[in-house]
Design a protein around this ligand. Sequence first.
Ligand code: NAP
Length: 320
Amino acid sequence: MINVGSDLNVIPFVGQVDDEERDEWLAALSLVLPGERLVPFSNLTNSEKTQATIAIVANPQPNEIEQLPNLLWIHSVWAGVERMLADLQGASFDIVRLIDPELSRTMAEAALAWTLYLHRDMPAYYKQQQDQNWKALPYRKPSQKTVGVLGLGSLGNAASKTLANADFNVVGWSRNKKNISGLKTFEGPEGLKSTFEQSDIIVCLLPLTDETRGLIGEELLQLMPRRGGIINFARGPIINKSDLIAALDDGLLAHAVLDVFDQEPLPAGDPIWAHPYVTVLPHISAPTDVQTASEIVSTNIKNYRLTGQVPASVDRLKGY
Ligand code: NAP
């Protein structure tokens, strides 16, 4: 599958993935980039390390990236770049992240699935079954529930639309003012408060930045209508864990669905595993699709070879 031939440009694949996953990426990328020579970092010669101006990366080890001195830009096959930005602070090359409509669709599907899980009281019915308790809980229509989506980027935008199509009343919050048809949107600190005041369920799809670290804590959780739910599909440290647990223990919040954690995998013995009002997911809300991601990476690289234009890249100052 991997192209050989010294007249082709070398593109290193640099990632902390197991051999099977690495080979899957190399096979898919080589298929859609026949004019390039995709080489796993471990197979690069010293001269190839110097030749490389583009790398395709999946959570790369910083010390491997440092061995590629002439990089102009790197293309991540993941959407989130938090870890890379922290690891590669001094680097001068551009970082391009994955923006894939298929990933957005998958995340929107997850947002809908777990919103319905909370909306239809599935955690409570699961508990009632364990207690052999036959009891109907009150039903409210989706249109009578407000879902607040934090972050209206590639993922939040798609999730908002899918939730609105399922008849939920959706409000969204972002950094800059947005004008999205059919969606009530807010921005800034006051807008964040309004979003929490209205939302029965919060879906977090923000990037982790200096501004969003610890953003969701007691003050905001207190503003939510009682017995609300929270879904975090973004990054663990955006939510203050002890404030969240306190809100669940006090009955202020009914349930939390957490796909992301300060430390992943969530360590064995962490009390959150056994918390009765938390659903733990192993970072699965939106896995990257190797085929569609490879096609997007290929289009970006082919465009660059034709035009010399580096695709839209991550803003290091903003942190996303
Ligand atoms: P994106 O396109 O960069 O969108 C980020 C959104 O967050 C934008 O709407 C942005 O506002 C908003 N935002 C950023 N900082 C903010 C702040 N301080 N205050 C208010 N709003 C702020 O990112 P994306 O592709 O949607 O991805 C979002 C995150 O999802 C990623 O960073 C990653 O952490 C996470 N993720 C998780 C999984 C998973 O499987 N769990 C998979 C992929 C990604 P503006 O629009 O105004 O700039």
